[in-house]
Design a protein around this ligand. Structure first.
Ligand code: SAM
Length: 157
């Protein structure tokens, strides 16, 4: 049974109706399922670096019509600018920096990122502020723990 926690709903609240989305490191696929159920996004791509979590994502999300599940590291499974919004959530701040920093040209091809670091949020903020514009910030709670949500514009068209 999908768990649409305040954290998942908080991330989803920064996705505008009609925006296409890639959920990097989707694991259980709860965010894409929430978006599909709410009819927010016409297209959602689920990715994960590991086969096990991707299989879970595929099994959970398939019945909601979410069948575009891709194996790979960070942004590698996506074509440049393929979606409007990229979500990287539930990972450490350093992993998120590694994902965004692996290919800055490709990162800049996506207009909007929604980032939800589990750790090292200050390090991530500092890295982001040298390169992009942080357009919104929020903190929600999950199991009593504060979870920062950082929305970034790269100013890509
Ligand atoms: C803790 S889960 C978070 C799941 C979901 N995004 C969330 O916020 O609830 C982290 C997932 O990210 C995946 N992951 C870690 N590093 C990754 C990377 N570099 N690229 C893609 N997926 C990655 C892991 O395999 C795992 O399934």
């Amino acid at each position: 049974m999908a768990k649409f926690t305040e954290r998942i709903r908080g991330i989803a609240s920064y996705i505008d109706a009609g925006e296409s989305v890639a959920d990097i490191g989707s694991d259980h696929g709860y965010l894409p399922i929430w978006l599909a159920r709410a009819g927010v996004s016409p297209r959602v791509i689920l990715t994960d670096i590991a086969k096990g979590p991707l299989a879970i994502a595929r099994a959970n999300a398939g019945s909601y019509g979410l069948t575009d599940c891709r194996l790979g590291d960070g942004l590698a499974p996506l074509a440049p600018g393929e979606v409007d919004v990229v979500v990287v959530a539930g990972m450490g701040g350093e992993t998120i920096i590694d994902i965004l920093g692996a290919n800055l040209t490709k990162t800049a091809s996506f207009a909007k990122f929604i980032l939800q670091p589990r750790t090292k949020a200050d390090l991530l903020r500092s890295w982001l502020s040298e390169r992009y514009e942080i357009v919104a910030e929020d903190t929600v709670r999950e199991r009593g723990r504060p979870c920062p949500i950082i929305v970034v514009s790269t100013s890509a068209a």
